[in-house]
Design a binder for this molecule. Structure first.
Ligand SMILES: [Zn+2]
Length: 66
């Protein structure tokens, strides 16, 4: 059973980070070679986002409403 909030969090090791991304948590760039996490919504795998690890952890703790 899945809900819209269900996500899979996949760690990305520094050697796997071959592209730069913008972290939605802080709007700062995640540079090439920086370990981070990919967050994949189970109901919409195409909408995966790359986050800094601390930014994702912070978001999880505060659970802001929309
Ligand atoms: Zn960030």
């Amino acid at each position: 059973m899945t809900s819209e909030d269900d996500v899979e969090v996949r760690p990305v090791q520094p050697y796997q980070a071959v592209k730069a991304y913008v972290c939605p948590g802080c709007n700062q760039e995640i540079g090439v070679g920086v370990g981070h996490v990919v967050v994949v919504p189970l109901h919409a795998p195409d909408l995966r986002r790359h986050w800094h690890r601390p930014c994702w952890d912070h978001r999880q703790r505060r659970r802001p409403g929309r």
